[in-house]
Design a protein around this ligand. Structure first.
Ligand SMILES: [Zn+2]
Length: 292
C-alpha cells in the first residue's frame, strides 16, 4: 500500500543532447533526447514536489535557448495533467540550483522550499568570482539565487545541512556534497510507512542523468559511471550513486533520474497533447491513474 502517488512530469526537452553530457567520457557517441522534468508527490494530505523547472522568460529563456530547449510548458498546464495546481503545493525539495531545477520559484506561492545550505552559499561565492571563472556558472541563473534569498526573508526557505529525516512522513533528504554541484541533494521516499524500506524510491536530481550512471552499459557487468557535468568530483558522484542504490534497497531501477527518457520502458506513462510525457512511478491507495 503506497503512501504517496508519484509522477515524473516532463515540462520541456532537448531533442539532441550530446551523450557526453549524460555519461562521463562518452565522446563521439552521438545525441539523445533529454527531457526536463520535476516530480510530484501526493499523499498523506500533502502535495509536494522535487524541483520546479525554469520559467521561459528573462535569463531563463536565454539559457534555455542556448541549450536548445524546446516545448516548454508552464507548471499550471503540466501539473493539471495529474490533477494538481501549483497553489496547492506545500513543500518543495530543490535538488540543486541549476536553472532547470530551481528557476521557477515564483510559480509556487504557498510552498516552503528545502535546499542544502552549502548549495546556496557556494553559488553566492561563485557569483563573486572574476570573469575567468565563469565556467563554474554553467546552468545557473543568478536571479534564482536572489529569489531563494527572498524566500528566506519570507520565512519560506529551509536551509538543510546534510541529511534530514521525515521532512514529510516517510520522506528523507540526503546531501551529496561536491558532486554535480557543491550542495546537491537527493530525496528518499519510503513509500510504505508501515513496512519500512520495502518500497523505497530515490530521486537523484542530477546525481544521475541516465541509466548508465547507475548501472553502466553491460547488464551482465554493471558499474557506476559519473555524469558528464560536475563542479565537484567523479569520485564523489560514484560514492553518491552507491549510497542512492543502497537506499533504494539495492535496486538501481528504483533510483529515478528525471532527465532519463527511457523511464517510459520501466513505468506506465503517456504523452500529453502538448507533447510532454507523464510517468507514473507509484499510486497511493484510492488514487486514480493519470496515465491510463
Ligand atoms: Zn538538470
Amino acid at each position: 500500500m503506497a503512501s504517496y502517488s508519484i509522477w515524473v512530469m516532463e515540462y520541456a526537452h532537448v531533442l539532441e543532447q550530446a551523450t557526453s553530457l549524460f555519461v562521463y567520457g562518452a565522446h563521439n557517441q552521438g545525441y539523445r533526447k533529454m527531457p526536463y522534468g520535476y516530480v510530484v508527490l501526493k499523499g498523506q494530505g500533502q502535495t509536494a514536489m522535487i524541483d520546479v523547472g525554469y520559467n521561459h522568460q528573462a535569463y531563463g529563456e536565454v539559457l534555455a535557448t542556448s541549450y536548445g530547449v524546446r516545448n516548454w510548458q508552464p507548471p499550471q498546464a503540466v501539473l493539471a495533467e495529474c490533477g494538481v495546481s501549483p497553489a496547492e503545493v506545500s513543500s518543495i525539495f530543490i535538488t540543486h540550483a541549476h536553472f532547470d531545477h530551481m528557476g521557477n520559484i515564483e510559480q509556487f506561492p504557498n510552498a516552503t522550499f528545502y535546499i542544502q545550505e552549502r548549495e546556496l552559499s557556494k553559488w553566492v561565492w561563485a557569483l563573486s568570482l572574476e570573469r575567468r571563472f565563469r565556467w563554474l556558472m554553467l546552468g545557473m541563473d543568478p536571479a534564482d539565487i536572489m529569489k531563494a534569498v527572498d524566500l528566506a526573508r519570507q520565512g519560506r526557505l529551509v536551509c538543510v545541512d546534510g541529511a534530514r529525516d521525515n521532512v514529510l512522513p516517510g520522506i528523507d533528504l540526503h546531501a551529496a556534497f561536491d558532486t554535480h554541484t557543491w550542495g546537491s541533494m537527493y530525496v528518499h521516499v519510503r513509500n510504505d510507512l508501515r513496512a519500512q524500506s520495502s518500497d523505497s524510491w530515490v530521486f537523484a536530481g542530477d546525481l544521475a542523468y541516465s541509466h548508465e550512471n547507475l548501472r553502466g552499459t553491460d547488464p551482465k557487468d554493471p558499474q557506476y559511471i559519473p555524469v558528464g557535468l560536475a563542479t565537484g568530483s567523479q569520485f564523489n558522484l560514484i560514492m553518491a550513486a552507491e549510497e542512492m542504490v543502497k537506499k533504494a534497497g539495492g535496486d538501481p531501477h528504483r533510483v529515478i533520474p528525471v532527465h532519463e527518457d527511457r523511464l517510459q520502458y520501466l513505468f506506465p506513462s503517456r504523452v500529453t497533447k502538448a507533447g510532454l510525457r507523464i510517468t507514473e512511478i507509484a499510486l497511493a491507495d484510492g488514487e486514480a491513474s493519470r496515465v491510463r
